[in-house]
Ligand binder design. Structure first.
Ligand code: ADP
Ligand code: ZN
Length: 714
């Protein structure tokens, strides 16, 4: 007999308790098993195994446990290796989340610890056989779909539902098993690698020779950072080792993927959230089999099962999408650094506006600091600040309209950035002045004129546009504020012959929408690309000679300690999109705060000076990177319960002399009341420990969420 230690994914279990089970054969760490827990069959991960000898038996008896046998072994071999098993435990400790949740992040959905699916070597395929005798539209649609080509049965069921089964029963579709394999797409090397500039060569030398494992690569947009990533990946490949290039969420991914694939002339491994379960699984298998040594991916790619990493790159390292905003709330940078330690490889954090945490560490020598001084093309765009003139036009100032018209005349293109989607954020009654709000959240509803809906941007609630005030019955309501849809309408009105593409999360819901919009713009099928911050980063189109940023004033007024930094990043990123080719670029910030230091320093592209100035405010408020923060949020349907438990915890932290702020009422979200405490301190481990001691031992009625080094909104 063998005694197994396992983690179980279960709601009522206290965080990270291990449980013991018996089995008559040894099982390797990292293997999933099925166990009975509280009369419920659960999936568990084996993390320990020893012979169940007399000593162990005695120990167990003394504890008064009665051990059960495991029900079933799920995997024929471990699905997590030793490195990943340990990494999961480490990140769980650091993020105050469960080890199982970390293991979940490491695996594609088809292999999740809570799924019963086995590590398949084969898949079931569906093959067209014949027309049915009696048939309906749905069946015809399915058969037409698979006529020329066989498809994975699970995927087909997802698309077409159970009608498939009828067709299989009638013999119209046959099925067969086949080895799971991925047919790499052919790519030609269309981009030769550049001869590096002197600045790039010297940067590359420094990256390799500096003693620090983590290197901050600071360089303005267009200074040739990506070129260095590609060089490093190339070198890794030539040694037969792996390179991981992480990019911010989705909008940029296609551009980076294209650039990498064009360079290496091969189907590099790509891993991001817009892949379906099967595609993710295939890419995961390709990492295991090292079919390609280069991986480009978003946040979760940092967990892939590498075994010989040579370099990890985080492009645009300051981007918030590297932090996961659901459990486990990890930051890819932290995971990358842990993995780099194991593999003895470098982590390169690239940005034109590094996060304050990173840059501060680089200045202190904790990380290496390498700089690329200027743009490859040598010229930075000209930046102007123009105040809005609402009497003239609610959206564009007169000079902005002239600048836009100029682009049209010159057959050049412009980017227009506004960080708010929808048509207008406020819909207000002219009689009682109440604004229409979400029935489930303490939020106002946004007008979406295109679809004639009012939508909540915090939950999924939407309702048809109303024309009568729900409070007083008055029939005059007006839209206040500006969203991307309204800007689009205004552009169409002012420039009836120009074409505008709008890119925001409403226009990019379908698969590959980003890719399609971006390539249409790149092919000059439109004059203006209008969008939220998703268009601010990474675009490299030579014909774009104007970047226009609308309405950043709210962020500059310091709504929270990080808002000015975010606004600065946005301005610099947007500026970096203009004039990347041989044409002189222009940038316009439309703002009423032209003397604000963030605007002035963004105009000069002077990140170091901005950092210095802004750090004074951080110091004054003792905010990161001068101190660490942990957010603790209590969620409950009953406001009183959430509130009183928040107060209870507050008192408990006070008693232990932990610096705690709050509780603050975050308002309702999806009918759930939320209260938050903020812990602040210089010793992060001590803060974490106090959370484990005070919160994890308590049985709370509210849902409890801990967020270490939070990046989300207040
Ligand atoms: P960043 O990643 O810092 O924004 P990129 O690597 O994208 O900068 O480089 C900016 C532009 O300059 C790109 O169009 C790129 O193809 C070009 N470029 C980069 N390095 C070189 C080089 N050594 N010689 C010529 N062109 C280069
Ligand atoms: Zn809502």
């Amino acid at each position: 007999m063998y005694l197994l230690d396992v983690y179980i994914e279960h709601k009522t279990i206290k965080l990270n308790t291990r449980f013991s089970y018996l089995y008559d054969e040894p099982i390797l760490r990292g293997t999933r098993v099925k166990v009975d827990f509280n009369h419920q069959a659960c999936v568990a991960m084996v993390v320990g195994c020893k012979v169940y000898d007399e000593d162990v038996q005695k120990e167990i008896l003394e504890k008064g446990f009665t051990l059960k046998n495991i029900l079933e072994v799920i995997d024929p071999f471990p699905i997590l290796n030793e490195e990943l098993l340990q990494l999961g435990e480490l990140i769980a400790l650091e993020t105050l989340s469960s080890v199982m949740a970390c293991y979940q992040s490491m695996l594609p959905k088809m292999l999740k610890p809570n799924s019963m699916a086995r590590l398949a070597r084969t898949e079931t395929m569906a093959h067209y056989e014949k027309e049915p005798l009696k048939t309906n539209d749905k069946q015809i649609q399915i058969l037409d779909f698979i006529k020329g080509k066989d498809f994975n049965l699970t995927e087909l069921r997802k698309t077409f539902g159970s009608s498939i089964n009828t067709l299989i029963k009638n013999g119209c579709i046959s099925t067969y098993e086949r080895e799971i394999s991925y047919a790499p797409k052919p790519f030609q090397q269309v981009l030769a690698s550049y001869e590096l500039s002197n600045a790039q060569t010297s940067a590359l030398d420094q990256i390799k020779s500096l003693s620090q494992q983590v290197i901050c690569l600071y360089g303005p947009t267009g200074s040739g950072k990506t070129e260095l990533y590609l060089k490093l990946a190339e070198e890794a490949m030539s040694k037969g080792k792996q390179a991981l290039i992480l990019v911010p969420e989705i909008s940029l991914t296609p551009l980076m993927i294209k650039r990498v694939q064009d360079r290496f002339g091969q189907d590099v491994i790509v891993y991001h959230s817009h892949l379906n379960d099967h595609e993710r699984y295939l890419q995961y298998q390709r990492v295991l089999s090292k079919e390609s040594l280069v991986v480009v991916g978003t946040r979760s790619a940092v967990w892939l099962p590498f075994d010989q990493l040579d370099v990890i790159v985080l492009d645009e390292e300051h981007d918030h999408s590297y932090k996961q905003e659901s459990t486990p709330r990890y930051h890819s940078r932290d995971v990358a650094i842990h993995r780099a330690k194991t593999f003895g490889c470098k982590v390169l954090l690239g940005s034109a506006t590094p996060s304050f945490e990173t840059y501060a560490r680089a200045l202190r020598g904790v990380y290496g600091l390498v700089q690329l001084p200027k743009r490859i093309s040598g010229i930075l765009p000209k930046v102007t600040v123009l105040p809005p003139d609402y009497r003239f036009n609610p959206i564009f100032s007169p000079k902005v309209i002239v600048a836009l018209q100029q682009r049209l005349d010159l057959h050049q293109q412009a980017l227009i950035l506004l960080n708010r989607r929808g048509y207008a954020p406020i819909y207000q009654c002219l009689q009682c002045f109440s604004s229409v709000s979400c029935p489930h959240c303490d939020r106002l509803l946004n007008v979406h004129k295109e679809s004639r809906l009012l939508k909540c941007h915090s939950c999924d609630y939407q309702t048809p546009m109303i024309h009568v005030c729900p409070v007083c019955g008055h029939d005059e309501l007006r839209m206040i504020g500006i969203g991307t849809q309204r800007v689009e309408a205004e552009l169409n009105r002012l420039f009836p012959h120009a074409k505008t593409l709008r890119m925001d999360s409403d226009s990019t819901t379908t698969k590959n929408a980003h890719e399609r919009l971006l390539s249409a713009f790149e092919n000059h099928e439109a004059d203006f690309l209008l969008g939220t911050q998703m268009i601010a980063k990474g675009l490299d189109i030579a014909n774009v000679t104007l970047s226009l940023v609308l309405d950043i004033d709210k962020s500059l007024l310091r709504t929270d300690y990080r808002s000015v930094e975010d606004a600065f990043d946005l301005m610099v990123q947007a500026a970096g999109r203009s004039g990347r080719g041989s044409l002189q670029g222009e940038v316009i910030f439309q703002s009423g705060l032209k003397d604000h230091y963030a605007i002035k320093l963004a105009i000069d592209h002077d990140y170091p000076a901005f950092f210095k100035k802004e750090m004074n405010y951080r110091k004054l408020g003792q905010n990161p990177p001068y101190a660490y923060l942990i957010y603790l949020t209590l969620n409950h349907k009953d406001e009183k319960i959430a509130q009183s438990e928040a107060f209870e915890l507050f008192e408990a932290f006070k008693e232990k002399a932990v610096d705690v702020l709050g509780p603050s009422d975050l308002g309702k979200l999806k009918d759930i009341s939320r209260f938050r405490l903020i812990l602040k301190g210089k010793d992060l481990d001590k803060l974490r420990k106090s959370v484990s001691e005070i919160c994890f031992s308590r049985s709370l009625k509210s849902e409890f969420i801990a967020d270490v080094n939070p990046m989300g909104d207040l």
